[in-house]
Write a protein that binds this ligand. Structure first.
Ligand code: BGC
Length: 272
């Protein structure tokens, strides 16, 4: 039998928005590769606890705990990182993943829905990245554990480059994330921090249920996906593990699109 590849043994990760969908898959994948994991959630503590227990109970995985935190609130983010360091000793991998959509035509979009999406999807990622970098700098290198001082892996979206009518707040938050991620890379790469993004395409999760829960909707969606299948959260989990591991040591300031080719303009296949 093939032995499990423990690329992240001895490391600790925080995954925000880890009680469902992409965040859950990333938390489980990091745990399976040996990392200790903080399963961050905002609502449904019982689901987050169950995910954490599942990771901990597996002898082949690291240990996991669930921590509640609204990532758009500075004091709550600081408290989550403090609790993580108190429990696990330090932090090596930060995956600011929590995100939401509040869709509306622009002329009908309420300021509060614009603000909420920016607060969670962009400010929340800034707050988490800032706390992570503070801990990386405080602690210093961990020779033999990782070749980098620390790793930040933002969950972005294909909509960091594909404009999205009816979702201007969401697309703007993801577009902003590109410059946040690349600026962090430029600023902290000399200290050996690695900061990258994963940009998922259409992944089967609750956030886009309307796009896949009927055969008609799924057929429409597949027109946007050259690979002709909707993604699954595990597609993102495996990319996150690789980005967190030393196998990707020289990858910094980049976005990995995990989208079945969605960003390759399938509309031009028989047109243009
Ligand atoms: C959105 C999904 C959408 C996908 C592709 C994601 O970032 O959250 O709702 O299906 O992009 O358009």
């Amino acid at each position: 039998m093939q032995k499990p590849n423990k690329r992240l043994a001895g490391q600790t990760a925080i995954v925000t928005g880890a009680s469902s969908g992409i965040g859950e898959a990333i938390a489980i994948a990091l745990g399976r590769d040996g990392a200790n994991v903080v399963v961050n959630y905002l609502s449904h503590p019982e689901v987050a606890e169950e995910i954490a227990q599942k990771i901990t109970a597996d002898d082949l995985c690291g240990e996991a705990i669930a921590i509640k935190c609204d990532v758009s609130k500075e004091d709550q983010v600081a408290a989550m990182f403090k609790q993580t360091v108190n429990h696990f000793g330090t932090l090596d991998i930060c995956v600011p993943n929590a995100g939401l959509q509040k869709d509306a035509a622009l002329h009908e979009m309420k300021l509060e829905d614009w603000q909420l999406v920016l607060d969670v999807n962009l400010t929340g990622q800034f707050l988490c990245a800032r706390e992570a970098i503070r801990e990386f700098l405080r602690r210093g290198m961990r020779p033999g554990v990782s070749k980098s001082l620390g790793k930040i892996i933002h969950t972005s979206s294909v909509h960091q480059i594909i404009p999205w009518a009816g979702h201007a707040n969401y697309a703007a938050s993801k577009g902003g994330l590109v410059m946040l991620m690349e600026s962090i890379c430029q600023e902290y790469a000399p200290q050996k921090v690695r900061c990258n993004s994963i940009a998922p395409g259409a992944i089967k999760t609750p956030i886009n249920k309307a796009a896949w829960d009927t055969p008609e909707a799924l057929a429409e969606l597949n027109k946007l996906i050259p690979y002709k299948r909707i993604g699954v959260p595990e597609d993102i989990g495996s990319a996150a593990v690789w980005l967190a591991s030393d196998e990707s040591e020289y990858v910094n300031g980049t976005t990995i699109f995990v989208d079945g080719g969605m960003t390759c303009y399938p509309g031009f296949t028989t047109n243009g």
